[in-house]
Design a binder for this molecule. Structure first.
Ligand SMILES: Nc1ncnc2c1ncn2[C@@H]1O[C@H](COP(=O)(O)OP(=O)(O)OP(=O)(O)O)[C@@H](O)[C@H]1O
Ligand SMILES: [Mg+2]
Length: 1029
């Protein structure tokens, strides 16, 4: 901490040490210092890095003395007190012009905006509140010699909050604007910012529409010497203002109207008048150049002639100064009670070379503010100690109530005199007003005038004749009376207001409601001084209902420069602001006081005996409380109705304990509530559980019942089935018995009856009829058969169809018998020869049928036997002779060469000769193939004479006949064995030593279907027989 943060703690306390501390801190950029809860703010004239969002967070919700002094600490304290204790607050910012009041008010507002609630709606309200500043400053601030951004109006803003501390809106009250500045500015000063901003910031297009030139020098109302202020960017500010107007809620056409009005004012300044004498001797004013008037009329939609006339007849009297309207105090009334924080930023005390009515008003306002400060912090406080019976040594201070009285006293106050003079009939001038003051106020110690009865100023040359001087709390100010009357009257002649009302411009119309011919009010409007006094008085009353928070701004130098600490200037301010007295009272007094009831109410939870109810008197309760908390006795005093706490630390201690206690209480409430909630929840759950359980049990029982029921039904059905079956069996048995009995009975009865009645029936009639019928049928059958018998040919397959099913067997048997009989008949016709032929054929059939493919073709050929006709043909004489017995068969055969398998016809060359003879007994068997060839092998008995060369392999066209005959001989001859006939496609023959396999294969027909034979090797002889189709 640089120096001492709170002057109350300064040791030793003197004006010098006070200033020294301020300087030390100022040099280290510590511009804020406390006197208790009052904040002293030194204007640094440079931007310091102490207003960042981090700083806001740092000071948020912290105790006032916890951190180094800051305007944020005051703002936080005020906001929290408003939010948590429901106390309306006001922030009183005082100090002379350029001390930093407006900046301080903006800082307070921005801090509150940063810490209060958030949300779309709330943010919008905040923005509107903050953005009202640039708009108001454009129209109400101007550069003066003391301050480049001097407020030329008083501003009081009530910010309204809801119960939780979120801003709802604001009510801004304005106090008497320094209107004369529009038409005339002292040297080195300039008009309201808005004119310069418009000319430098508006686009060419806008300027053209407003019929303006960018050049400031073109306008009489705009002083040339300080049109440009260093560090002030008018063009950028114009954009800011336009944007702010939009945010605040101006519609685009409303903005245009305002700009048109501003342009019209500039135009108005350029209208020049020249005096002209009229023929009746009176003077008249004429407009020199009507171009500006024309343009102004176009802008405002007023008929030129109307305005021209209004100007010509009256303006001389008005001295061209009555242009703008009075900004009355628009104290809006709030209906529902909201928490309110008021921020007061007025024009600071100022002393110019030439001070007029405006400065008088401004300084009066500052007097009143100083008064309220003195009232509340010095006088009230000290009186309260006495009243409450607290031991107290009075501290002297200067009370400026006398000066306020000099100005505002209803009987002989300066404002009352001014009003009186204005209303007085007869010639009244500023001088007559001064005369009046000279008589009425001459004795007043703070009033000085050359011509007053008070002879001590007679020779005072610093006091001109047309001036009076007031010793304000902050210094002496010399006021020139010129213009006092007019400015106080603040009259606008009806012709002018009516001319304005005729304008086809809604804003102008609204600004001059008194111009409405329908509402002519003949009553004289209250004077400016009267209005101001009334509104200041209302303001003071309003401030007194709120908890005050003071920011006392100090201007460190007259150069508007940083780092310069002009001691004399500051000492002067410290003195007139009564800061030393403030410190003294604070040191001796108590930081905090509160009546017993609210005090007990607020802290009763800190002591068991006072919580939750204290039955006795509040004071006793507080005493018990303080004793219980063991607060040292020197830290507090009991007054008659209030408790006084000396040190803020004690208060913080109490607050901290309260906070903790509230937390505990909140926990307790929470605990009980949670317990209750849980129990309710539990009971609900239990109830629900019972319902659920009941339903579930019901369901389970239902299920169980259904299971048992169906099981029972099954068991029952089985039992019933079993019973039923048993019954059925018994019934069936019974029935069978009954049936048996019935049958037996029936038979018995039948027998009985038959026995009894036989004699009455033709016992064998049925059989006889039957036999007869059968006989008839048989007769008919046989007769039909006789008539339809087939032919006697054994090969006739016809046979009449069967007529009766029951004769099926007989019919077939008859057919067989008939066929046998027919064959017998047929055979009986044969001769012996023919019979022999047939026998042979029959034998051939037995041997070959279905065994050799050649057989079928032989059936139709009669067996001739002697094909060569040996006995008759002389060719075979020899042969015939060689045979003794009857020749059974003579034929030409082919012999197959044993060596190569070649076929050779036997009759060639060997005709009639016996080549070889084989006696039958040497012939053991004959082998033939199954195929249609004529090959046959004659197998000879091994070791016989005929078998020397081996078996014969021959081929003949009459193979079947040859073999059959050979077989017959074997069959008939008793001395020989039966010749075996071997039918197979592969058989062995013995050729000399070799056993050769003769194999018959099916081959493709070659050389006209002939059979080919080939000796393949010494073991195989292959005969290829063409396949029969
Ligand atoms: N806290 C600050 N930090 C930086 N500069 C400051 C601060 N306070 C004031 N200033 C500077 O001082 C100038 C004057 O301050 P401001 O306009 O607040 O004075 P004022 O007390 O309102 O004067 P007036 O009574 O004429 O309106 C500001 O324009 C700004 O440049
Ligand atoms: Mg200001």
């Amino acid at each position: 901490m640089i120096g001492v943060g709170d002057m109350v703690l300064l040791e030793p306390l003197s004006e010098d040490s006070f200033l020294e501390n301020l300087k030390k801190r100022f040099d280290h950029s510590e511009i804020y210092t406390y006197i208790g809860s009052v904040v002293i703010s030194m204007n640094p004239y440079r931007s310091l890095p102490i207003y960042t969002p981090d700083k806001v967070e740092e000071y948020r919700n912290r105790n006032f003395y916890e951190l180094s002094p800051h305007i944020y600490a005051l703002a936080d304290e005020a906001y929290r007190s408003l939010r948590d204790q429901d106390k309306d607050q006001c922030i009183l910012i005082t100090g002379e012009s350029g001390a930093g009041k407006t900046e301080a008010s903006k800082l307070v507002m921005s801090y509150v905006a940063a810490v209060c609630g958030k949300g779309q709606e709330v943010n919008k309200v905040k923005e509107q509140l903050l953005q009202s500043n640039p708009v108001l400053e454009a129209f109400g601030n101007a550069k003066t010699v003391r301050n480049d951004n001097s407020s030329r109006f008083g501003k009081y803003m009530d910010i309204e909050f809801d119960f939780k501390g979120d801003p709802l809106g604001g009510v801004i009250s304005n106090y008497l604007l320094e209107k004369s500045r529009v038409v005339k500015q002292p040297r080195g000063e300039r008009n309201f910012h808005v004119f310069y901003q418009l000319l430098s910031g508006a686009s060419d297009d806008t300027l053209k529409k407003l019929r303006l030139h960018r050049d400031v020098s073109k306008y009489n109302y705009l002083s040339l010497d300080s049109a440009v202020v260093s560090g002030l960017d008018d063009a950028a500010n114009f954009r800011t203002v336009r944007n702010a107007m939009q945010i605040v809620g101006f519609m685009e056409d409303e903005v245009q109207s305002v700009l048109q009005l501003v342009a019209a004012v500039l135009k108005l300044g350029n209208i020049e008048f020249k005096p002209e004498s009229r023929c009746n001797g009176t003077d008249e004013s004429r407009i020199k150049d009507k171009n500006d008037l024309k343009e102004m009329c176009e802008l405002l939609g007023i008929e030129q002639s109307v305005l021209e006339r209004a100007f010509s007849y009256r303006t001389v009297e008005a001295k061209l100064e009555k242009v703008s309207t009075t900004l009355n105090v628009a104290q809006a009334q709030t209906k529902t009670r909201h928490k309110v924080m008021g921020v007061l930023d007025i024009y600071g005390f100022e002393i110019f070379e030439d001070n007029s009515f405006e400065q008088f008003i401004i300084n009066y306002c500052n007097e009143k503010l100083q008064q309220i400060f003195i009232e509340l912090t010095l006088r009230e406080e000290q009186e309260e100690y006495v009243r409450e019976g607290i031991e107290w040594t009075n501290i002297e201070y200067f009370n400026n109530a006398v000066i306020c009285d000099l100005i505002e006293n209803n009987k002989n106050g300066i404002l009352a005199m001014l009003d009186e003079e204005c209303l007085r009939p007869g010639t009244v001038t500023d001088e007559t007003f001064l005369d009046k003051l000279n008589t009425v106020c001459a004795e007043h110690q703070h009033f000085e005038s050359r011509l007053s009865k008070n002879s001590k100023f007679l020779t005072d040359h610093s006091l001109p004749h047309n001036c009076f001087r007031i010793q304000h709390y902050a210094g002496k100010v010399l006021y020139r009376v010129e213009g006092f009357m007019d400015k106080n009257n603040d009259l606008l002649y009806r012709d002018l207001s009516q001319a304005m009302y005729k304008a086809n411009h809604s804003l102008i119309k609204q600004l001059f409601p008194e111009g409405n011919p329908a509402k002519v009010n003949l009553k004289r409007p209250p004077t400016a001084g009267f209005q101001f006094r009334a509104s200041v008085s209302t303001l003071m009353k309003n401030l007194q209902t709120k908890n005050p928070n003071y920011i006392r701004c100090i201007k460190p130098n007259d150069k508007k420069a940083p780092h310069i600490f002009t001691e004399s200037l500051i000492r002067h301010q410290v003195r007139y602001l009564g800061l030393m007295e403030n410190v003294r009272v604070r040191r001796a007094g108590y930081a905090f006081r509160q009546t017993y009831e609210p005090c007990l109410e607020r802290y009763k939870m800190l002591c068991k005996r006072t919580w939750p109810h204290w039955r006795g008197r509040a004071r006793e309760g507080v005493e018990v409380l303080m004793a219980d908390l063991q607060v040292p006795a020197e830290e507090f005093s009991y007054g008659r109705s209030k408790i006084f706490i000396r040190n803020p630390r004690t208060l913080f201690f109490l607050e901290e304990r309260r906070r903790q206690c509230l937390q505990d209480l909140a926990t307790l409430i929470q605990k009980i509530y949670r317990g209750w909630k849980c129990r309710s929840h539990f009971l609900l759950l239990k109830k629900s559980q019972i319902v659920v359980a009941a339903w579930y049990r019901r369901y389970a029982q239902q299920k169980k019942y259904q299971r048992i029921k169906s099981a029972t039904t099954v068991v029952q059905s089985y039992a019933r089935g079993w019973q039923a079956r048993k019954l059925l069996r018994e019934l069936k048995y019974q029935k069978r018995c009954e049936e048996a009995a019935t049958t037996i009975a029936a038979y018995w009865h039948g027998t009985q009856v038959r026995r009894e009645y036989r004699k009455f029936f033709r016992a064998h009639a049925g059989k006889k009829i039957y036999d007869f019928t059968i006989q008839r049928i048989m007769q008919k059958y046989f007769l039909g058969l006789r008539n339809n018998l087939p032919s006697m040919s054994p090969i006739d397959k016809n046979w009449p169809a069967r007529t009766y099913l029951f004769l099926d067997g007989a019919h077939a048997e008859l057919r067989r018998i008939f066929h046998l009989w027919r064959c017998k008949k047929y055979r009986s016709q044969f001769t012996e020869e023919r019979k022999a032929v047939y026998e042979e054929k029959l034998e051939a059939s037995e041997i070959f049928k279905d065994k050799k493919a050649l057989y079928p073709s032989s059936v139709s050929q009669p067996f001739k036997g002697d094909y060569l006709e040996i006995s008759k043909n002389p060719k075979y004489q020899k042969l015939n002779n060689a045979v003794d017995e009857k020749v059974l068969l003579a034929d030409v055969v082919n012999k197959i060469n044993r060596a190569n398998g070649k076929v050779r016809k036997m009759n060639k060359g060997l005709q009639g000769q016996v080549k070889a003879s084989v006696p039958l007994p040497d012939l053991t068997s004959v082998s033939v193939s199954t195929q249609s060839d004529g090959f046959f092998a004659l197998k000879l008995k091994e070791g016989s004479a005929s078998a020397v060369k081996g078996d014969f392999l021959l081929s003949s066209e009459h193979l079947i006949e040859i073999i059959t005959k050979l077989h017959r001989i074997g069959a008939t001859a008793t001395d020989r064995e039966q010749l075996s006939i071997d039918i197979s496609d592969e058989f062995l023959v013995q050729f000399k030593q070799d056993k050769v396999c003769v194999k018959f294969v099916q081959g493709a027909p070659k050389n006209g279907n002939s059979v080919s034979c080939k000796r393949k090797n010494n073991r195989l002889l292959e005969v290829s027989v063409p396949a029969t189709a």
